[in-house]
Ligand binder design. Structure first.
Ligand code: AMP
Length: 209
């Protein structure tokens, strides 16, 4: 099953991807994670991507499409995958279609959340630097002794820019996939468990058709 998780930053795409990954045994492909890994290792890609990421801007389409195309050719993608944070522009969605050839994306899960909830979630989000586990200072504080980081791009000004970029460049994809009849909208403000269960229904329904 090929799945796209679409939605604003902070919608819970990462959390839900991990849940789907465990349930269906297909890999999560997060372009944000791949880019951050490259920034950490200071690769050529990392150096190029960093200037955009720090400002909350999108890394150029050409770079991202190449990165995803290469990743999709790996053996673990044969049974399907979850795209988390890609595509983010119409050009990327078209690039993906071209890369897939005769194959199709099966389901696009659109996790929708209001701006005020996103700002609260991201500015208070903290990440375990060892395991990548995600915490929230108010709702799910990290256990004592766990060393967490505040992602640079989760600072308030950058979050606001990421949201603006999302509305302008990524939101048009909702219509793009709705027109193809593969879009399922989910209220991302429900509890993690409720969203898990909605996603399970949508994906199982997908299997029967
Ligand atoms: P994320 O972790 O998905 O929020 O991504 C963090 C940052 O990585 C974004 O703000 C962008 O700068 C960059 N990024 C991740 N995925 C993409 C993409 N598909 N296209 C362009 N830039 C991306």
């Amino acid at each position: 099953m090929r799945i796209i998780l679409l939605g604003p930053p902070g919608a819970g795409k990462g959390t839900q991807s991990k849940f789907i990954q465990e349930m269906y045994h297909i890999p999560q492909i997060s372009t944000g994670d791949i880019l951050r890994e490259n920034v950490k290792k200071n690769t050529d890609l990392g150096k190029k991507a960093r200037e955009y990421m720090d400002k909350g801007e999108l890394v150029p389409d050409k770079v991202i499409i190449e990165l995803v195309k290469t990743r999709l050719q790996q053996d673990d993608c044969l049974k399907g995958y979850i795209l988390d944070g890609f595509p983010r522009t119409l050009a990327q969605a078209e690039g993906l279609e071209k890369a897939l050839g005769n194959e199709n994306v099966d389901r696009v899960l659109f996790v929708n959340v209001s701006d005020s909830v996103i700002i609260d979630r991201l500015t208070l989000r903290r990440i375990d630097r060892e395991t990548g586990a995600i915490y929230h200072l108010k709702n799910n504080p990290p256990p004592e002794g766990v060393r967490v980081i505040h992602r640079d791009d989760d600072k308030e000004e950058t979050v606001k820019n990421r949201l603006r970029v999302y509305r302008e460049q990524t939101e048009p994809l909702v219509k793009f996939y709705k027109d193809k009849n593969i879009l399922y909208e989910i209220n991302g403000e429900k509890s993690v468990q409720e969203i898990n269960s909605l996603i399970k229904d949508i994906l199982n329904r997908g299997k029967e058709t």
